[in-house]
Design a protein around this ligand. Structure first.
Ligand code: SAH
Length: 341
């Protein structure tokens, strides 16, 4: 395993196998997770020979390009991985702090119809260090600390489960960045077994479920995963997540004009979620070039939210951050790769 994905204990063991004193492990761990070092050369308190020995075994991401929104300060980073692959990360300043949206895979195999990230399929899983690296590299270049992390970029985090768990444990390690698990949100298209497994990890992370529909048939038309799991078993798993962790579940609902944004949809959604301690995020769908989905108009979005509220369901309309900079999942990477070709 790369040293940048190792827990402190593993790093200690590894140093021992190299014939190095155990305290080197703590130094390296702090360089990576506390000081957000972007290369081994920065680790100046390590002997040069050791740095050279470790160099082949460390994963860092490198900034390829970035786009900064003139509207709201959102920055979209495109990072290059050691094997040449590209991934996207979004930096979002909010009133309540800075959120970073990270990718969990290169590409995705879930096939959601409205999503640009899945069009080229899954290339590979990201290593824990490559998910962390997005946070550390963006923090370093922006010169600010990150307050919230959302695993909502490219990829299905529960399709890369073990690396996701390791990523969360490293990011929350007291000897490292020490982010509270409560400041992390993991978004899934709804892989039921993994939701149930995640509930057992003892990590108070917020779960976000991409719902986008109110009947099984409508969900199947938007999200292939709905062929595998019914709405009722998906919602039952989310309920179990709440029961187990005490964390209120967020439901993502992208509003597609004329498809899932009517009053009848809002009423059905309220009934589906009735009695659940949850929150609904309403997001007018971000149109992508490859598909013909259009965003609901602002009036319908408002009305949808009011109907939910009348039926005792909390809803927030998510402001569309950085709409001037290809902010929909996977658009920047696709455009950049097209240009390169
Ligand atoms: N695979 C995970 C996380 C990545 S997608 C998941 O499905 O939740 C993050 C969120 O963005 C999901 O809710 C997804 O459905 C939504 N999304 C993807 N493309 C979108 C688009 N073009 N417009 C609006 N929301 C989109």
């Amino acid at each position: 395993m790369d040293i940048t994905s190792m827990y402190l204990d593993e790093l200690k063991e590894y140093m021992t196998t190299l014939g190095e004193p155990a305290f080197r492990a703590k130094q390296v761990f702090e360089w990576i997770h506390k000081k957000q070092a972007q290369s081994l050369d920065e680790m100046t308190n390590l002997p040069k020979a050791l740095r050279e020995k470790l160099a082949d075994n460390a994963l860092f991401v490198r900034e390829e390009t970035r786009q900064t929104s003139r509207e709201d300060g959102t920055v979209k980073f495109l990072y290059r991985l050691h094997d040449g692959n590209l991934i996207e990360t979004v930096w979002m300043p909010h009133d309540y702090g800075i959120s970073v949206c990270v990718s969990s895979q290169v590409g995705c195999r879930m096939g959601c119809r409205f999503c640009a990230s899945t069009i080229g399929g899954l290339i590979r899983n990201l290593e824990p260090a490559e998910i962390l690296g997005q946070i550390y590299a963006s923090m370093r270049s922006m010169g600010k600390r990150v307050d919230n992390v959302v695993v909502m970029g490219t990829g299905e985090p529960f399709d890369n489960y073990d690396n996701l768990i390791r990523f969360i444990k490293l990011l929350t390690a007291p000897e490292g960045y020490n982010l509270s698990a409560r400041s992390i949100t993991v978004s899934t298209c709804g892989i039921v077994e993994k939701i149930l497994q995640f509930a057992q990890e003892g990590l108070p992370v917020t779960l976000a479920l991409s719902l986008h529909a109110t009947t099984d048939e409508e969900r199947k038309a938007l999200m292939p995963v709905a062929h595998k799991y019914t709405l009722s078993e998906t919602l039952a798993a989310c309920n179990a997540y709440f029961e187990q962790t005490g964390r209120r579940v967020s439901y993502e609902y992208s509003l597609v004009r004329g498809q899932n944004d009517s009053e009848a949809h809002a009423i059905r959604l309220s009934k589906l979620l009735a009695g659940q301690n949850c929150h609904v995020n309403l997001i007018p769908v971000n149109p992508i070039a490859e598909r013909d989905y259009k965003a609901s108009d602002p009036g319908s979005v408002q009305k949808f939210k009011l109907t939910l509220e009348k039926n005792s369901i909390n809803g927030t309309i998510r402001r569309s951050a950085g709409s001037d900079i290809d902010a929909a999942c996977g658009q920047l990477r696709r455009r950049f790769e097209d240009r390169e070709r």
